[in-house]
Design a protein around this ligand. Structure first.
Ligand SMILES: C[S@@+](CC[C@H](N)C(=O)[O-])C[C@H]1O[C@@H](n2cnc3c(N)ncnc32)[C@H](O)[C@@H]1O
Length: 257
């Protein structure tokens, strides 16, 4: 039986819109990652976890009219927003609702570049993910990805203030470097680069942090559900601009053989 697409049970059109409005930090990181990925004219690119599609559109612009772009995300609301915003301007993009663990709509050896920005920590079946990556990349093809390398303490604390917070924390996977290398080793994928960039998260105030966390957690965090006591404590603790330390994980993989 096929798994239910991740996120679909909680997602709403409002959350997708909020994500597209407040996810500046992910978008800035993703824009830098596009430079690293260097998509070329005519390439077939796969965007894993395309969200509301702003970065997908930039990838599509880079590969031109002779390129092809397959953009996948399990969340129907985010995909609908991406399609509505960019589908008409970029007919080379095929939007597909699926998880990164199931790329059955993509032919073997057909992809030049897999691009994935701040998504892999959401992929629970990492073994299936790397089998699929190995299968769809052409020999010599590359994967360029950055995602959350480690949990962020303050965000855990906020999520645990929610009734379903502990459950939501189980939706993310974090491994250390040994764990990632062990996971990738059985596959025909050479690790060309693996580093841990420090990418501080900045919010102009507490409400901005609340909005971003609500959008990125698919509504698992909802500041309206905070107890009066927790809200007062947070307001005292974060009276002005907020900066949270955050560790990314950036990898470039190359299909061998
Ligand atoms: C933080 S957003 C990043 C979206 C986009 N790449 C960007 O940088 O703006 C993470 C995305 O991963 C998607 N996602 C969650 N689980 C996934 C999975 N198993 N496979 C692929 N995408 C997944 C979410 O629906 C969400 O759109």
């Amino acid at each position: 039986m096929k798994d239910a697409p991740a996120g679909s049970s909680r997602d709403t059109r409002k959350l997708a819109k909020l994500y597209s409005e407040v996810s500046h930090w992910q978008r800035d990181r993703g824009t830098c990652l596009i430079e690293t990925a260097a998509p070329k004219d005519g390439e077939h690119v796969l965007d894993l976890g395309c969200g509301t599609g702003e970065l997908t559109a930039e990838l599509a612009r880079r590969i031109g009219a002779s390129g092809q772009l397959t953009a996948i995300d399990p969340d129907p609301q985010r995909l609908a927003q991406a399609r509505a915003q960019f589908g008409a301007s970029f007919p080379t993009i095929r939007f597909v609702q699926t998880k990164a663990e199931d790329l059955s709509m993509v032919s073997d050896g057909s992809i030049d570049l897999i691009y994935s920005n701040y998504t892999l920590h959401w992929v629970l079946d990492q073994n299936r993910l790397f089998s699929e990556i190995e299968r769809v990349l052409r020999p010599g093809g590359r994967m360029v990805t950055e995602f959350l390398g480690a949990p962020i303490e303050t965000l855990i604390e906020l999520l645990l203030m929610m009734p379903e917070g502990a459950k939501a924390l189980g939706e993310n996977v974090y491994l250390d470097e040994v764990g990632w290398r062990a996971l990738i080793a059985p596959h025909a994928l050479a690790i060309e680069k693996l580093d841990w960039p420090e990418t501080p998260l900045r919010y102009e105030n507490l409400q901005a942090l609340f909005d971003w966390l609500e959008a990125t957690s698919h509504g698992a965090f909802d500041h309206r559900k905070l107890s009066a006591q927790d809200r007062a404590m947070l307001t005292r603790r974060f009276p002005a601009e907020i900066e949270l330390a955050c560790l990314g994980l950036r990898m470039v993989l190359r299909k061998t053989g």
